[in-house]
Design a protein around this ligand. Sequence first.
Ligand code: BG6
Length: 520
Amino acid sequence: MDQSDQLDELLTCRLNFGTKTVEPCTIVIFGASGDLTARKLIPALYHLFAEKQLPTPCKIIGFARREKSDEAWRAELKEALAQFSRTKRVDQAVWDAFAVNLHYCQGEFSEASAYQKLGDMLSGFGNEQLRNNLVFYLSTSPSQFAEIVEHLSKAKLLRRDEPDAGWQRVVVEKPFGHDLASAQKLNSELTRFAHEKQIYRIDHYLGKETVQNILMFRFSNSIFEQLWTRQSVDHVQITVSEKIGVGARGGYYEEAGALRDMVQNHLLQVMALIAMEPPVSLQAEAVRDEKVKLLKSIRRLSASQVGANVVRGQYSEGEVGGHARLAYRQETKVRPGSSVETYVAAKLHVDNWRWAGVPFYLRTGKNLALSASEVRIQFRPTPNVLFAAQCGPKLDANAITLRLQPNEGITLRFNGKVPGTSMQIRPVRMHFSYDAEFGAYTPEAYERLLLEAIEGDATLFIRRDEVETAWGIVDPIREYWGGQALSDKELYTAGTWGPVAAEQLLAVEGHSWRNPQPIN
Ligand code: BG6
């Protein structure tokens, strides 16, 4: 190796805090007959098993109401795995070795006897750690969370203050409450029986590779962070657009709407990671402290401010990618005159030293033109001299786009000279692509999250004060809309980028949405 090779060597630093271990444990999934178990949880556990990341031994118990044998449950899961696994092909030998660890426990969530049965099953494994180290995954309707946790505690399966009795963790799926008051109530109910340290609130966006990369991008490079302030940044755009409509989830969506379904959690989490201050360490509490601090600095909107800062929309009939789409109001289990929003765009301000005066624009919607999640950091224009003086608005401002999905990667946009004798300037783009750099392997968010819960690392989960603060941000918006029927102007044709008012939201500031672009 000559000297230049050595200089070019790519140093890889493995972050290992020396604290992470996987101990034998049992994962109990409540709501095991549901969609999430078949589509996400079991495929994730299968891949972790295949990659030898699960502890040995490790058991998985599906707990649900329907009568079913272990064999029948395994057969169902195998079929689902073939359909939903990220690698598609199911390796028979791996599946056989994995499937012997899957067990089914039939029971009513409300009956004490069901939890005795679960306890007997755990004892039957004949291994102290499988009996005591427990991950309870609540993938049920949120109204059942408190009841299940209470029963687990009474059956002495979940122990709050007994450090010597193994460890037990409760993983809670979203939605976590439907407003601040219900989230606070749920938190009080859960913490009667489980310590806050035992509660792992899921936001699957935090398990995405690209979302995790936000902190590395910001805090392991010296060239970007100094630009990450109001001195350099003009505004920030966070887009999470989806080509899908609400499909079979009309009933759920009527209660949720885009604000609760996406903004309260995924978009605010991404915004917190983009805008937070550097944490004092990489420990879970330090990272979460900074996220909470950021969420607390987001300016609360009063009812009179909602109209000027937040836009809602609902899709009407249209076409997405050549496929006809029903109007939201025609979807199954949706009220014909529903005012529920399938689109939200919001202008938020962060009242702190770093970001004062920089608008953060967030938008999300169903049945939009493209499925893409990205964050665009739009930098200030150059001073109005030299090229800017001649080009005016035709001179593009610099931007960094973090593409969270698809085409995961980062693009830097800056101006360059068009080759030739005439003097022309236009933006050029420098792309980093995960695929090109690291190959196609991208673990599913649930793989990472399940592993973290087994390891007892809560960094990627939402803390109590975090979820409550996030509700505090969206509640006034919901309350304002609650009193107003959706007008025709708030409808957008399926397959477009949302209602016209979303354009105006930015136009008043001299800004415009930059829609995600396919990468060529
Ligand atoms: C879920 C929402 O939390 O996130 C869905 O309930 C949404 O409505 C989904 O479609 C989007 O997740 P992803 O990973 O496909 O971007």
